[in-house]
Each structure stands twice: as structure tokens, then as C-alpha cells.
Design a protein around this ligand. Sequence first.
Ligand code: MN3
Length: 218
Amino acid sequence: MNSQYPFELTPLPYGYEALEPYIDTKTVTIHHNRHLKTYVDNLNAALASYPFYQTWNLKKLLMNNNRLPKEIQTAVKNNGGGVYHHDLYFAGMSSTTENRFSSNSALGMEIEKKFGGYEKFKLQLKKNALSQFGSGWAWLVFTPQRQLKIVNTANQDTVLTQGACPILLIDVWEHAYYLKYQNRRADYIDNWFHIINWQQAEQNYLACKSPIHNRAKY
Ligand code: MN3
């Protein structure tokens, strides 16, 4: 992805079929090629007539949304959020078993400490993801108080404006699961736990902990 305007559709780090049987090929294809592509196109369209803001990267656009011209604030928040969240979501999954959870990783140890173990962490994240009314996201973030925390956001609202640093997130918009799971959001969430890219989450966590995390990709 370009870090600034014109933004581009980030290629998936795996094939469209790679997340089978947990997330089906058709869902991943439409989600990436159409939903995410639309966010990219609409973000570029919103910025097209505003050369001054075309030099801002995505994080800056989201974190300083209130400094943008009024008429593009909503479009940038929704579509910029859509691009940022989906890039993080797709990078946060993997079909490779080497990327599975490790209780010996820095993040694994912190999860153990904070939530009392991986299973308890899973339960709480699932509960949050289920409780999000309508469209949105459930996240594992690193707070400004330097704590792990599970939070929800609605629609394309971001955690960045709360000063939180994202580690991991799950899309609970219906377009993320409806073709395969219909109304069974709980089954989709259970299956998503099988394909979390914990190596990526570890990298995000270490970047969040670093004093220069604002320079990190996410
Ligand atoms: Mn989505």
C-alpha cells in the first residue's frame, strides 16, 4: 500500500483460498476485491481535490480528522478507517501453522498475565465481538497506560483517536462472514481464532511497546 495519496489496494499476503475452510474463498475475494477496493477508491476520491492533505499518511488522516476540511471529514473517517482496519485484518490472518499462538512469545506472556491464560483471553474477545451491535470491530490493543485491552468500535470508527495501538482485530461486519455463516457470527468468530497470524500480532505488540511506535506500519 502507498503510505499516502493515491492509496492502493494492498495485495493479500496469501491466496484467496488460503483461509479455507474457516473463511471461504468467495467471501475473502469479495471482501478484498470489492469492499476494501471501494474504501480505497472512495478515500482517494475524497482527497482528490485537496492537494495539501495528499501528503498525509493514513494514520495522520485518521488521528487528525478534525483538522481536515469539514466537507471531507466523514468520508475520510469512514473510508480511511475502512482501508486501515482491513489492511490490519487481512495481515492479521494466516493459513500457516507456524504463525499459531505461542505462550512463550512476549505477547503470549502478557496475555497470560493480563487475562489469566489464552482460553480466558479468547472468551473475552469472543464475548466482545458477539456483543458489537450491528457493524464494527473487536480489537486487542495496547493502551496509552501500557496495558493490553479488548475493545470494540462501531462501523469504521478507529481506536487510534483514543491513543490506543492496535495489535489484532476481527471484522464483525456481516460482509465478513455472511455468505458462509449467515447469522452465525459466533461460529465465524470461533473459526477466526484458528487463523490468527500470531507472528504478525507479536510484531504489532512489540512495535506498540516501542517508544517510536508511531512510525510503525500500524
Ligand atoms: Mn470488512
